[in-house]
Design a protein around this ligand. Structure first.
Ligand code: FES
Length: 571
C-alpha cells in the first residue's frame, strides 16, 4: 500500500488542524466512525440515479453493493449525486446536457477529497458524460452500468426497446396496426428496471466500457435485475480500492489501443452510431490521438452479435449466449494489447469464455454480416465527415444516387412528412437541416426521419436519409448522420435544395452533392445563419462553444488533457 500521507484524501481528512477538524466533523454527522478517517482510500461513488431517468432506477441498489465491496476491501465509500440524463424524458434532447453532466462530474471529483471513483451510469448519455468528466481529472475510475431491462414480451414474441417502437409507429401510419394495439404494447415493452434491452446506445456504451477495460467483465450484458450484476458491483467495490492503492489512473487504461479496440468491438456488436461522438469526445479529454477516420478501422469487421437493431435478439439473449467475453474471444486476433482496470490485458477478459448460442453470437468466420462497422463518409456534402451504420441499413441503398427532398428544419419535416402529395419516390434522398450540435441545439436523435406516408402506402420501408442529426442507437435504416459542418454552421448541407442530385457510395466512403461550384457559390452568397433557438443559460453557452460532430461535440474549452494536478486547496 502507498504511504497514507501521499493519498489525495489526506489533504482533507488526514490533517490535524482546523481544516481537518471541519472536514471530518461534518462527515461524522452521518455516523461514520473515527477509523473511516484513518488514511484508508476514500472512494467516490458517483451516482446518476433518478426517477426521471428510469433506465438508471436500479443504481441506488447497485451503489449499496459497490459500497459493501469498498468497505470489505478496506476503503471508505462516499456516494454523491450528479446530473442525471433521462433519454426518453428530456427535451429538447439529452445530448444537449451530456457536456453539462461531464462538467458536473469533473468539478465534483476534483472538488471533493476522494482518491478514486466508481461511475454508476446507464441511460445513453450518462456513461459518456461520466467518463468524460472523470477522464479530465484522471483519478483511478471504473464503470458500473445499470444493465439492460429484461426482454420485452408481447403477444407471444419478444419486442425490443426503441427498435420495435419505430416499427410499430410506421405500422400505425401505414394502417397495419391499430392505435389500441400500439398502446397495449407499451406496458409489455418495459418489464423491469434497466436500460433499453436492444443494442442501443446505453448497451453499446456499457459494452464498450467493458471492451476498453474500464469496467468489470460482464458489465455490458448482465440484465439489470440479475443477482450477478449486484455481485459484479460488489467486486467492483473491492477492485476500486486496490486501484486507488496501485495508482491505476484512467489515462493508463484510456490509450489509443483501447479506443481502437472499442471501434473493432462496436462493429462486431452492431453498436450505436452515437459511440462515434462519445468516443471522440472522450479521446479529446485525455489527449489521445484518435480521430473520426479511425472509425474506418471497423469497416471490415464482421457483425457477430445478432441483436436489434442490426439483428433479431435482445440483450438478455446476448448475456445467456456468453456476452462480451465470448465476443472478445472471437475477435482475439484483431484486438490490440491494452491495459484494463484489473491491471492485466484486455485478452484476459476472454479467458475461459464460451458461447452457448451460436445464433446469437456468431463465429468470426460465419458472421451475420461480413463487413459491418460504421463507415466514415466524406465528399462535397460532408467535407469534415459523416457516418453511416451499414449493418442497420438496406444493402441495395448503400450505393445510391437520387434527387434530394429538403426539410429546412424539424418543424418543416413534421409539417410535410404525411402530406399524401409529397413529391417523393423510393429513389428520393430525404435531407434534413438544422439538427446539428448548434442548430437544434444538442444534435437530437431525429436523423432516422419517418418514411413519407405516400411511400409507406406503396410498401417502401427505407430510403436514403441525410442530416446533421444523430439517431437513436435502437434505430435502423439507410441513414447518413453527423454531417459536418452542420447546416447551421454554414456547411454544404445548408446549400442543398430540393431536386439536387445526391450521391452516396459506402464502398467509396463518399457523400457528394452533384451541383456545380458556381451555383453553390451563388447560393452561399444568399445564405445567412438562422437565429439561435435558445439564448440564455447553459444552452447559450453550449451553442457558442460546442465543437462539430467530427470532434465529438464537446465544448471547446473542455477538450484537451488537463495538465493540472487533481488537487484543490482546502479552505
Ligand atoms: Fe435510457 Fe434507452 S432510453 S437506455
Amino acid at each position: 500500500m502507498n504511504d497514507k500521507k501521499q493519498r489525495r484524501s489526506a489533504a482533507w481528512y488526514g490533517k490535524r488542524d482546523t481544516d481537518g477538524f471541519i472536514h471530518r466533523s461534518w462527515m461524522k454527522n452521518q455516523g461514520f466512525p473515527d477509523h473511516a478517517f484513518d488514511g484508508r482510500p476514500v472512494i467516490g461513488v458517483c451516482n446518476t440515479w433518478s426517477e426521471l431517468t428510469p433506465c438508471n432506477s436500479g443504481l441506488r441498489d447497485l451503489a449499496e453493493c459497490v459500497k459493501r465491496g469498498v468497505w470489505e476491501a478496506g476503503g471508505f465509500p462516499v456516494e454523491f449525486p450528479v446530473t442525471s440524463l433521462g433519454e426518453t424524458q428530456m427535451r429538447p434532447t439529452a445530448m444537449l446536457f451530456r457536456n453539462l453532466l461531464a462538467m458536473d462530474v469533473e468539478e465534483s471529483v476534483r472538488a471533493y477529497g476522494i482518491d478514486a471513483v466508481v461511475l454508476l451510469g446507464g441511460c445513453d448519455k450518462t456513461t459518456p458524460g461520466q467518463l468524460m468528466g472523470a477522464a479530465s481529472v484522471d483519478l483511478p475510475a471504473l464503470v458500473v452500468s445499470a444493465g439492460p431491462m429484461l426482454n420485452g414480451k408481447w403477444r407471444g414474441k419478444d419486442i425490443g426497446s426503441g427498435t420495435d417502437v419505430w416499427k410499430f409507429s410506421e405500422a400505425v401510419r401505414a394502417g397495419e396496426m391499430s392505435p389500441a394495439e400500439f398502446f397495449a404494447a407499451e406496458s409489455a415493452m418495459s418489464r423491469s428496471r434497466g436500460v433499453c434491452m436492444t443494442m442501443g446506445t446505453a448497451s453499446t456504451m456499457a459494452s464498450l466500457s467493458e471492451a476498453m477495460g474500464l469496467a468489470m467483465p460482464d458489465n455490458g450484458a448482465l440484465p439489470a435485475v440479475d443477482a450477478r450484476r449486484a455481485a459484479m458491483a460488489h467486486r467492483a467495490g473491492n477492485r476500486i480500492v486496490k486501484m486507488a492503492e496501485e495508482g491505476l489512473v484512467m489515462s493508463r487504461v484510456l490509450t489509443r489501443e483501447s479506443f481502437e479496440n472499442a471501434v473493432i468491438v462496436n462493429a462486431a456488436i452492431g453498436g450505436s452510431t452515437n459511440a462515434v461522438v462519445h468516443l471522440l469526445a472522450l479521446a479529446g479529454r485525455v489527449g489521445v490521438n484518435f480521430a473520426l477516420d479511425d472509425f474506418n478501422l471497423g469497416a471490415d469487421v464482421p457483425l457477430l452479435v445478432n441483436c436489434m437493431p442490426s439483428g433479431e435478439y435482445l440483450m438478455e439473449d446476448f448475456c445467456y449466449a456468453g456476452g462480451m467475453s465470448a465476443v472478445l474471444a472471437e475477435l482475439g486476433h484483431l484486438l490490440r494489447p491494452a491495459k484494463t482496470i484489473l491491471g492485466g490485458d484486455i485478452s484476459d477478459y476472454a479467458d475461459g469464455a464460451e458461447c452457448h448460442n451460436r445464433d446469437v453470437i456468431r463465429p468470426f468466420d460465419a458472421p451475420l454480416k461480413p463487413a459491418a462497422g460504421i463507415r466514415v463518409l466524406r465528399g462535397s456534402l460532408a467535407p469534415r465527415g459523416a457516418v453511416i451504420k451499414p449493418s442497420a441499413a438496406t444493402d441495395s441503398l448503400l450505393e445510391h444516387q437520387g434527387p434530394a427532398f429538403v426539410f429546412e428544419n424539424i418543424e418543416d419535416l413534421h409539417a410535410k412528412i404525411d402530406n399524401p402529395d409529397l413529391p417523393v419516390t423510393k429513389d428520393t434522398v430525404l435531407v434534413l437541416k438544422g439538427c446539428g450540435p448548434k442548430g437544434y441545439p444538442g444534435m437530437p436523435e431525429v436523423g432516422n426521419m419517418p418514411i413519407p406516408r405516400r411511400l409507406l402506402a406503396d410498401g417502401v420501408r427505407d430510403v436514403v436519409r441525410v442530416s446533421d442529426a444523430r439517431m437513436s442507437g435502437t434505430a435502423f435504416g439507410t441513414v447518413v448522420l453527423h454531417v459536418a459542418p452542420e447546416a447551421h454552421d454554414g456547411g454544404a448541407l445548408a446549400l442543398v435544395e430540393t431536386g439536387d442530385e445526391v450521391r452516396l457510395s459506402v464502398k467509396e466512403g463518399a457523400l457528394d452533392l452533384l451541383v456545380d461550384d458556381a451555383e453553390l457559390a451563388r447560393r452561399r452568397e444568399r445564405w445567412s445563419p438562422p437565429a439561435p433557438r435558445h439564448e440564455r443559460g447553459y444552452a447559450s453557452l453550449y451553442i457558442d462553444r460546442v465543437l462539430q460532430a467530427d470532434k465529438g461535440a464537446d465544448l471547446d474549452f473542455l477538450a484537451g488533457k488537463d495538465t493540472r494536478t487533481p488537487e484543490r486547496e482546502s479552505h
